[in-house]
Design a protein around this ligand. Structure first.
Ligand code: ADP
Ligand code: MG
Length: 264
């Protein structure tokens, strides 16, 4: 069971500006991958294509999930197939609690799989949610908060991780902010991934933050520059980045532009 990205070329739909220039990556269940790279290298574009954002056009290449053509699937089909994208529901929904939202998400998936299903009964859901929150060491009161309403960056991440734990996807893609400053958010995501990682879950953590190894030990590390994965390796590669930054890669791969706002 794997997410397989092959020689993917992607352009911005409106301007036809090419962003991704031949990206290949395979994320299998049970593996934790980190995708790193300077600002503007195309990391979020890849995440957006995975979620089916129509602002991007796949020019060539392919994405298969469990052997099926992901690019032919609607976003909700992708989710039902077991692909989780952290920013699927970025909006705040007034009057809907975290718990309501999660039960709705689970129930609609059950109904999509079986039209006769009545969704998840409340007592069963409460048991499930309590268990997941305990596993993640989360305050039970969090489930009663209105989703994303007045949430801090960290609380949004907590809601995301709880969603991840409850939906039990086979592959999760988590795109982190590029500021390099929101360490709290990364820490929450990393703790969640560390608790949830296991043979059933594949994870692609997208981050700009070079000191990721303080938080999570990925099985594989990939570095993207100018729309291509230029280096892949194990956590040693992240260590090298932590020590030397992106400069040696810029020298090697010819990206001269220095982008402001980078983590140091
Ligand atoms: P990263 O997440 O690695 O910082 P992005 O994928 O967000 O990089 O962006 C890569 C490049 O593509 C940037 O130069 C960005 O300005 C451009 N880009 C991304 N999305 C769009 C868009 N919707 N319209 C125009 N340019 C875009
Ligand atoms: Mg980004």
């Amino acid at each position: 069971m794997a997410l397989e990205i092959r020689d993917l070329h992607v352009a911005v739909e409106e301007t036809e500006e090419v962003i991704l220039r031949g990206v290949s990556l395979t994320i299998r269940q049970g593996e934790v991958h980190a995708l790193m790279g300077p600002n503007g290298s195309g990391k979020s574009t890849l995440a957006n294509v995975l979620m089916g954002n129509p602002a991007y056009e796949v020019v060539s290449g392919s994405i298969h999930f469990d052997g099926d053509d992901l690019l032919e699937m609607e976003p909700d089909e992708r989710s039902r197939a077991g692909l989780f994208l952290a920013f699927q529901y970025p909006v705040s929904i007034p009057g809907v609690t975290v718990a309501n939202f999660l039960r709705h998400a689970l129930s609609s998936r059950m109904k999509a799989e079986d039209p006769d299903s009545k969704g998840m009964p409340v007592p069963q859901f409460i048991r499930l949610l309590r268990g997941k929150m305990a596993e993640l060491n989360m305050d039970q009161g969090f489930a009663g908060r209105y989703l994303n309403e007045g949430f801090s960056g960290g609380e949004k991440k907590r809601a995301e991780i709880l969603q991840l734990a409850t939906l039990e996807p086979r592959v999760a893609v988590l795109d982190e902010t590029d500021s390099g400053l929101d360490i709290d958010a990364l820490r929450i995501v990393a703790e969640g991934v560390n608790r949830l990682r296991g043979p059933e879950l594949g994870v692609l953590v997208i981050t700009h933050y070079q000191r990721i190894l303080n938080y999570i030990k990925p099985d594989y590390v990939h570095i993207m520059m100018n729309g291509q994965v230029v280096e892949s390796g194990d956590s040693q590669l992240a260590l090298k980045l932590e020590e030397s930054g992106y400069e040696w890669l810029r020298a090697k791969y010819g990206e001269t532009e220095l982008v402001a706002g980078e983590a140091t």
